[in-house]
Write a protein that binds this ligand. Structure first.
Ligand SMILES: Nc1ncnc2c1ncn2[C@@H]1O[C@H](COP(=O)(O)OP(=O)(O)OP(=O)(O)O)[C@@H](O)[C@H]1O
Length: 421
């Protein structure tokens, strides 16, 4: 492959998540690649070979190729990089094998979780400027990028909330609630919830095992994730009513149509198997609202955590935060999730206002609005993509020259996105 294959002078957006890495080019609406953030590395652990010779056989692979290997490592945990050597190799493959770009000519938008230690940001700068010789980089806070993408989304553009909103970001390995006011993360009010997509997948896998389905160990995680994504939903009215809907036969006397039949091919013997899918359809996602299913020590539901985060924020931001609750990440995509969340938070807010009401004064109602974005699985990535095509974007990036002049500390301070940008 020669250098003609390189796309020059473009902005590459790389959103590394605990479970999946989304990457592609600025200006696009969705990432070109969405691959597992996993690496199988049989090479010398300490050597990162940066080479423009794309035919060179490197002794490691990433993404779906790595998933099929026996030895594999996830270099991120709960949204944070835990193994920088492997992460560097993961980026190497991402840049040269997937994006196929020349880093000297490319600006990279990378993402970070809220309250990422500044040392981690410096590590990113060091790797991108020293190992890859990148032209320039911008490291965006995931929640702010999600809010930015939502703001730009036509349907929500009229809200007037600009870069103020409360982001619920739930992916594969971590769930965060992040209030943001005018582009600034209100750090003291961030809530971390120890429950995300991978836990729901594991819960479904356990239910499948407990009822004695014959599923091979090699298949169980894949099919549990597929069942979750395909059939999972949040019960509109809560658990008891939902159990009844399964247990009552239909009007024609046939068993409830809530049960589904799921067919999959085993990776072990390549044969097709079929099994019933039932209560796990809603019991998995319900863990957000009844977290004690998952961990008896964790009893704060997601609506209560969001309410607490907003109540802890400065008083003059609260109405705006309630009116712009933004969902981001794959685990917010369950059918019925938005409506259930909105009504649960609205009820908490209304009950509180009622308690403060007296015969003489009634507080003004507070409107809770949970915004929906058809691209919410990719909203962080999309925020980076939209930002990269805005006039003035270069001004918030850090260039290689600046890095060489001042060192890694240039990325300690993150340029705050103003709502006008
Ligand atoms: N339609 C869907 N319904 C429910 N869950 C889904 C759906 N599509 C994807 N998921 C789940 O979303 C998770 C991946 O989401 P995402 O890519 O946002 O996570 P991530 O960025 O890798 O993780 P994190 O944000 O925790 O670092 C997986 O657990 C996946 O099974």
């Amino acid at each position: 492959m020669d250098n003609k294959c390189f796309i020059e002078n473009k902005v590459a957006i790389i959103d590394n998540g605990t479970g999946y890495t989304k990457m592609g080019w600025g200006g696009n609406i969705e990432p070109t690649y969405d691959i597992p953030t996993v690496i199988s590395d049989n090479s010398d652990k300490n050597s990162v070979q940066v080479s423009k010779n794309y035919n060179e056989q490197l002794d490691f692979c990433i993404g779906n190729d790595a998933l099929n290997q026996q030895v594999k490592t996830y270099p991120m945990k709960s949204g944070i990089v835990t193994d920088w050597t492997l992460m560097e190799k993961f980026w190497q493959k991402s840049i040269f094998d997937y994006l196929r770009c020349d880093p000297d000519e490319t600006t990279f938008v990378l993402t970070e979780p809220p309250m990422n230690p500044p040392e981690n940001r410096e590590n990113i700068a060091e790797i991108f400027f020293e190992t890859f010789n990148a032209k320039s980089i911008y490291i965006g806070v995931q929640a702010v990028l999600a809010l930015y993408s939502n703001q730009m989304h036509e349907q929500n553009a009229q809200t007037g909330n600009k870069l103020t909103g409360c982001v619920l970001d739930s992916g594969d390995g971590v769930t965060h609630i992040i209030p943001v006011s005018d582009g600034y993360v209100i750090g003291s009010c961030i809530k971390h919830i120890p429950l995300a997509g991978r836990d729901i997948t594991n819960f479904i896998a356990q239910m499948i095992r407990d009822r004695g389905e014959k599923v091979n160990n090699q298949d169980i995680n894949r099919i549990s994730a597929e069942i979750k994504e395909k059939y999972g939903y949040v019960a509109p009215k809560g658990l008891l009513q939902e159990f009844e809907r399964y247990d009552k036969p239909g009007q024609d006397g046939k068993p409830s149509n809530k049960f589904k039949q799921y067919t999959f091919e085993s990776q072990v013997d390549k044969k097709q198997y079929t099994m019933d899918v039932g209560y796990e359809r809603f019991l998995g996602p319900e863990m957000f609202f009844y977290p004690e299913f998952f961990d008896s020590k964790w009893r704060t539901s997601i609506d209560e955590s969001i309410d607490n985060a907003i109540q802890g924020s400065p008083i003059d931001t609260r109405r705006h935060l309630y009116s712009n609750i933004v969902l981001s990440g794959g685990s917010t995509m369950f059918e019925g999730f938005t409506d259930r969340l909105q009504s649960a938070i609205q009820k908490r807010v209304d009950d509180r206002l009622l308690r403060y009401s007296t015969a003489l004064s009634k507080p003004q109602p507070i409107v809770v609005q949970v915004a929906q974005n058809p691209h919410q699985r990719f909203s962080v990535w999309q925020g980076g993509s939209l930002l990269s095509i805005k006039p003035g974007f270069e001004k918030v990036c850090k260039s290689r020259q600046e890095y060489l002049e001042y060192g890694p500390s240039i990325v300690r301070q993150n340029a705050v996105l103003s709502s006008g940008m």
